[in-house]
Structure formats: C-alpha cells, structure tokens
Ligand binder design. Structure first.
Ligand code: GDP
Ligand code: IMO
Ligand code: MG
Length: 425
C-alpha cells in the first residue's frame, strides 16, 4: 500500500485541516511529518470548532490511528494541553496516537531564543509564531537536540541542563531578551514530559512500514505551505522544516516510492501571515474585504492575515515542486460577492520584462503582478454540492484555474463544515 499526501500550495492556512478531516475515513492513519505547534488546523464539526496545532487532523474519527513522525518538533506542554482537551470530549488519545521517539523536543529556552532573535531583528523579523520552531530545528541539525525517546533515559535531566545552559550562554548575544519565568516554564515542561510517558512512544518507522505492508492506507498531513518550505520557500521568510511532499519521506521514514497521490490545497485567493514577499498582496479595501469575508485571522496567533488574489506562477511552481496530482480548491464561497475576480497570470520585473517564473530574489526585488479579470458570480454558493449546480461564472473560474495549472481540481470547498464540499469525479 502507498501513502497519499496533503500539502499546502501557498503560505499556509489553505484549509488543510478541513480536507484531511473530510478524507480521513478513507484511510487507516493520518500522519504529521514536519513542523510543530506553529500550525493551526481548524476543523468544524457541526456547531463545534476545533483548532489542532500538533495533533494530526484524523483524531476525530473512530478507529483511525494518528501518528506524529520524526520530522515533527513537539512542545510537550502544548501537546498535553491538546490531548487533555480531546480526552475531555471522550476521544481515546491513548489508543489512537503514536509518537515517534525521534521527534525533537521544544524546550522552554527554545521559545525564549525564538523571541530574542525576532525582537532583536526589529523590522527585519520573520514574523515567527514564537513557538520555538526555528531554534529547535537549529539544535536538531546542529546535533545538539533532545528527542522524545530521551525522556526515558536516566540522565534526561542532565542532558536537558546541558542544553539549557548552552541556550542561556547563547542568549547573551541578543540585545533584547524578553522577560521569561523560566522556573515555572521548566516545572510545567517536566510535568508534561512525565504525563507524555503514558502514551504510545515508538520506533514509528517500523510501525508505519509494517502497517503499509499489511495493506493499510496512510494519509500524510502537511503543515504550513510550500512557500514556507526551508529550501524552496521565500527564504529567509520561511519556517524551518520541509513542508513539501519530499518531507514526507524524511519525516515519516518511508521510501519516496511509497508516495502515491499528492493533493495540493489551494485557497481561491492568497493569504500570508508574517513577513516576507507576497506579489499579489492587496493593501486596499479589496484586501480588507477578503480578510473580513474569509475570517483571515491566524489560528495560532490571532494575527491579521495579509490577503490578495490567486497567483498562477506561484501555484505552478508549488505544483512542480510537490508533484501535485489533484487540487482541492478551498474557500471559493469567500469570493461570492467579488466582481470582478482577478487572477495573477505573470509578473512584470523592474526592467519591464515579463516572467511566469518565481524569481530567486523575490525578497529583494519588486515584482508587479499582471492580472486578468473574470466576471464574479454575485451569488451565495455555500449550499451547492454539485459542480453543475454552480453558477456559470464560478464554474468558469474553476475551469480557468484547471487549465492554467494543468492539474485536475478534484475537490471544491464552499464552507468550513465537513459537508460543504463538491467532489469533482
Ligand atoms: P490550515 O492551516 O490549512 O488547516 O487552515 P486553517 O484552519 O488555519 O485556516 C482555514 C480556515 O478556513 C479555517 O477557519 C477553516 O474552518 C476555514 N475553511 C476551510 N475551508 C473553507 C471553505 O471552503 N469556506 C470557508 N468559508 N471557510 C473555510
Ligand atoms: P498552518 O499549518 C501560516 C509562518 C509564520 C512566519 C513563518 C515562520 O496552519 O498552515 P515559525 O513559527 O515557523 O518560526 O514562523 O511561518 N507560519 C505559518 N503561516 N500557517 C502556518 O501553519 C504557519 N506556520 C508558520 O507566520 O511568517
Ligand atoms: Mg492554519
């Protein structure tokens, strides 16, 4: 059996959680392969809304296993908080959750370094979620990190102290170090680490490969988006992990040849939270209208998301990097009352030439998007469940995207609920 993958094709918050939750019943396991509690995946089940930061989005389904792979970084305090909330609604997390021994731990001082680094950068800050993601991956690649499996070692506290002291020395170089109640943070960290020992912490690489060999189906759930990938995103305004399909193999310990379908999630417009280039960003009332209609405020930090039109060169790049086989187009209903609806089709560079490729130095140069206008549909589509039931102009918008992106659009989401989905078979 092979693995199917869900990845975000923009700058995150494309609606990955909703699509994973919808598709989960066709699988036996949902697995997170990268990132950490910087993610915020929102799932709406009837009148209740849940935001998951670290837990895979299959956790609400019966009999479904949920795996946190070795490519993920875990804050035990946030994970235990999430587990406690899920257990309070009678979800059997002890049965359904598997955690890789190789996943790295976010220490309290990783969060402190994140904050000190961001505050010291001033205007040049990344706009990090300040969850300690970057510093934890730095320790991982620097070969200094602590892993989940280490919590069972007799000398875990000693290892922790060594790393913490290293962090305290490192912090001296920053001109701004925020106030931090290290004693309390540390107390809570060790409490939650102890609680975590009651859950299934395994060599998940063996588990997942045996699971696949026995004919079970796995859905890999990406966090963030392609443009936030550490290698292929808008560096340095990115996160610190591989958010793309290739990250699945590394972050779960499965061979690349195991990967089958890659479902790329695309919002019907574009958003970005945090700093960095965003060619089709709208700093006007249309951008504000997108933010209001789409409720574009961060699920993790509550920050305003920057908004703009859909960007074809950016999406073609993401489709190429990820090997996308199917697109799930989300939040089409947000465009209900926009007329015209615009799509960015290429970029004009500073020397007046035109390109449909993402420039390497997008961070340093100004690109002006060239738009085409399509007629809006001026009609509520949130109750429509078939492609043929869509207004003609909404249908044309989808057809136009399909042709420009040269990829089938297999799902069209028209509302936050599980059921608000059109399947295009
Ligand atoms: P993720 O990080 O990619 O999982 O996305 P988020 O959960 O951070 O942000 C997507 C937001 O849009 C959430 O509040 C979802 O409930 C909501 N959402 C998802 N799909 C749709 C849709 O088709 N229409 C509308 N109106 N909202 C949606
Ligand atoms: P989901 O999974 C949107 C952004 C941050 C910042 C940059 C680096 O919900 O789509 P980090 O905390 O990793 O140091 O932040 O990446 N970012 C996200 N933006 N959605 C996310 O996750 C994000 N996770 C990180 O805003 O610009
Ligand atoms: Mg999100």
């Amino acid at each position: 059996m092979k693995i199917d993958v869900i990845v975000g094709l923009q700058w995150g918050d494309e609606g990955k959680g909703k699509i994973v939750d919808y598709l989960a019943p066709s699988y036996d396991m949902v697995a997170r392969f990268q990132g950490g509690p910087n993610a915020g995946h929102t799932i709406k089940i009837e009148d209740d809304q849940y935001v998951l930061h670290i837990m895979p989005s299959g956790i609400f389904h019966d009999k479904m296993l949920n795996l946190i792979g070795s490519g993920v970084v875990i804050d035990p305090v946030i994970l235990m908080k999430e587990i406690t909330q899920l257990e309070a609604i009678n979800i059997n997390v002890r049965e359904k959750l598997l955690i890789s021994k190789k996943a790295h731990l976010i220490l309290p001082t990783h969060k402190l370094i994140d904050a000190a680094s961001e505050f010291s950068k001033g205007k040049k800050k990344i706009g990090s979620t300040l969850k300690g993601i970057g510093p934890t991956y730095m320790d991982k690649t620097g070969r200094n990190g602590l892993r989940v499996g280490d919590i069972f070692l007799d000398n875990f506290k000693e290892k922790y102290q060594i790393l913490k002291e290293k962090h305290l020395r490192f912090l001296k170089q920053f001109n701004i170090v925020p106030e931090f109640d290290i004693e309390n943070e540390e107390k809570s960290f060790f409490e939650k680490v102890n609680m975590l020992k009651r859950y299934k912490i395994l060599n998940t690489e063996y588990f997942i490969n045996d699971f696949l060999n026995s004919g079970k189906r796995v859905l890999a759930e990406g966090a963030q988006g392609t443009m936030l990938d550490i290698n292929h995103g808008t560096y340095p305004f990115v996160t610190s992990s591989n958010t793309i399909t290739a990250g699945v193999s590394v972050g779960l310990g499965v061979a690349p040849s195991r990967i089958d379908k890659v479902i790329g999630i695309v919002k019907a417009y574009t958003t970005r939270v945090g700093s960095g280039p965003f060619p089709t960003e709208l700093n006007d009332e249309t951008g504000e209208k997108l933010r209001q209609k789409g409720h574009e405020f961060g699920a993790t930090t509550g920050r305003k998301r920057r908004c703009g039109w859909i960007d074809i060169p950016q999406l073609r790049y993401s489709i190429m990097i990820n090997g996308v086989t199917d697109i799930a187009l989300t939040k089409l209903d947000v465009l209900n009352n926009f007329d015209p609806v615009k799509i960015g089709v290429s970029y004009r560079l500073e020397d007046n030439t035109e390109t449909n490729q993402l420039p390497y130095d997008l961070v340093n140069i100004k690109v002006e998007p060239i738009y085409e206008e399509l007629q809006g549909w001026n009609q509520d589509i949130s109750n429509i469940r078939t492609l043929s039931g869509l207004p003609e102009n909404a249908f044309s918008y989808i057809e136009r995207l399909k042709n420009d992106l040269k990829t089938p659009i297999s799902f069209i989401s028209v509302g936050p609920e599980r059921s608000a989905l059109i399947i295009n078979e």
